[in-house]
Design a protein around this ligand. Structure first.
Ligand code: 4AD
Ligand code: MG
Length: 431
């Protein structure tokens, strides 16, 4: 039999089709059964009647429960009442794999669904989100290829921190200690002296103690680093990357977005707008004047403050020049204003918070040593990194995108956990 996907069957519109998939729903009597079958592309109603398939075969369908796998051959016809506008009048079928009573039924708790994640990823919601994620990653690859970047991979086991010691995951490494990667950045900085423009995407680990809807312990960071880029250039480049991906997803995932109750046209409209860049000090003014929230210079913006700020924007925005003192060691101070760093975050609208963190990179070894010492780091561990400033150093910049945060915003999901198939958080590392 020549099987086609459910979507292709629907496109065909009429005639005999052979499809295969899993039972999404079933109901019926002892004369006729309605089985909604799903595959990776769509769902379709299949009508199985005793008259058409014979008594012996019809008995088999009685045993079929939700999630059994089946092959079906039959005639396709239009039916307005069917869930996707078409149905198949079944001529013959085969049960490929029977199903036990499926544990997932309506209205189950999030925790139960996380326990049964290996099954829950079959749901239409998870399938839609996973497709958006896949389209996003593919679009991003395309973007960087068009921009002439090289893919560059860094080790996951690393000897020291990049983003602060408090969120490091320690790994026993023979008789030594290493840490799971918090960022690809420091290695990418070594690579720009050879490849100049590099990007990647890899698992990233943070032992986050906060149980928020935005933090995972294992997430996928999509980073870039480029020689000769300064802060202005890198922030504009970041906007270009996200806009390109948003448009691509909106074009390629119309049905998925509509299923998730996101309007693809709205996303395209957002991508076509100008995305503002403001300084951290201006952000504090907006917070004070428009939201009556006082944050003094020198404090990082908390989630609640980011949300208050974003109530005044309907596109992502870039915030630059955060206070030098609270920034990672590699973010340089602005020569024009030494208490500000040449760094930026991109914040998403609708309460999705920080989706990108990045900066120009310091080329001042003394400044970096001081910052590391203040954090209690042994600067000897960074000798190799300081070497990069000793042999033909050049201005360079880069950033990291939280893939899951972007997917959460685009899909409008309540919790970041739904944007990754098997989430890892402080309280969740199974299955
Ligand atoms: O702002 P972060 O910490 O920046 C860096 O790690 C830089 N070294 C990146 C670079 O310049 N190459 O992280 C970057 C992004 C954040 O903006 C956020 O979107 C995401 O990574 N992120 C997380 N996403 C999910 N769960 C977490 N615990 C995350 N921590 C950061
Ligand atoms: Mg950050």
């Amino acid at each position: 039999m020549n099987f086609i996907s459910i979507n292709d069957a629907i496109k065909k519109g009429k005639g005999e089709v052979s499809i295969r998939g899993w039972v999404y729903r079933e109901r019926g009597s002892n004369k006729i059964k309605f089985v909604v079958l799903r595959d990776s592309t769509n769902i379709i109603q299949c009508v199985i009647s005793k008259n058409d398939v014979g008594e012996k075969k019809f008995k088999l369908i009685d045993k079929v429960q939700v999630e059994a796998s089946m092959q079906i051959i039959g005639d396709l016809k239009k039916d307005e009442r069917a869930p996707t506008g078409y149905e198949i009048i079944v001529k013959d079928f085969e049960v490929v794999g029977e199903s036990h009573k499926y544990p997932i039924t309506k209205d189950q708790s999030n925790e139960f669904l996380l326990d049964k994640r290996h099954l829950w990823i079959r749901s239409r919601k998870m399938t839609a989100i996973m497709k958006v994620r896949s389209a996003y990653v593919q679009a991003r690859e395309e973007f960087f290829k068009k921009q002439g970047f090289y893919r560059f991979d860094a080790p996951i086991l690393q000897p020291s921190q990049c983003e602060g010691g408090s969120t490091l995951f320690e790994v026993k490494y023979y008789n030594h200690k290493t840490y799971l990667s918090q960022s690809w950045q420091l290695y990418a900085e070594a690579a720009v002296f050879s490849l100049e423009k590099v990007y990647n995407m890899s698992p990233t680990f943070r032992a986050e103690k906060s149980k928020t809807s935005r933090h995972l312990s294992e997430f996928w960071m999509a980073e870039m680093e480029a020689a000769w880029f300064d802060l202005d250039k890198v922030t504009e480049f970041a906007k270009q990357e996200i806009k390109y991906c948003v448009k691509k997803i909106a074009e390629e995932c119309k049905e998925e977005l509509e299923f998730l109750e996101r309007d693809p046209k709205k996303l395209i409209a957002i991508a076509n707008k100008k995305w503002p860049t403001i300084k951290y000090r201006e952000a504090l003014k907006v917070l004070k004047q428009k939201a009556k929230v006082n944050v003094s210079f020198g404090k990082d913006l908390r989630t609640i403050e980011e949300d208050k700020l974003m109530e005044h924007f309907d596109t992502p925005i870039v915030v630059t020049h955060y206070p030098k003192e609270i920034m990672a060691f590699y973010k340089p101070s602005d020569p024009k204003k030494s208490d500000e760093a040449l760094c930026f975050d991109m914040l998403a609208p609708e309460g999705y918070g920080e989706i990108i963190g990045g900066s120009q990179r310091s080329t001042d070894i003394k400044e970096m040593e001081k910052a590391l010492k203040n954090q209690g780091e042994d600067i000897k561990n960074y000798d190799w990194y300081f070497d990069l400033r000793k042999y033909g150093s050049v201005p360079h910049a880069g950033y990291g995108v939280g893939i899951e945060r972007v997917v959460a915003w685009i899909c409008g999901t309540e919790n970041i956990k739904d944007t990754i198939p098997f989430p890892r958080t402080m309280l969740r590392w199974k299955p």
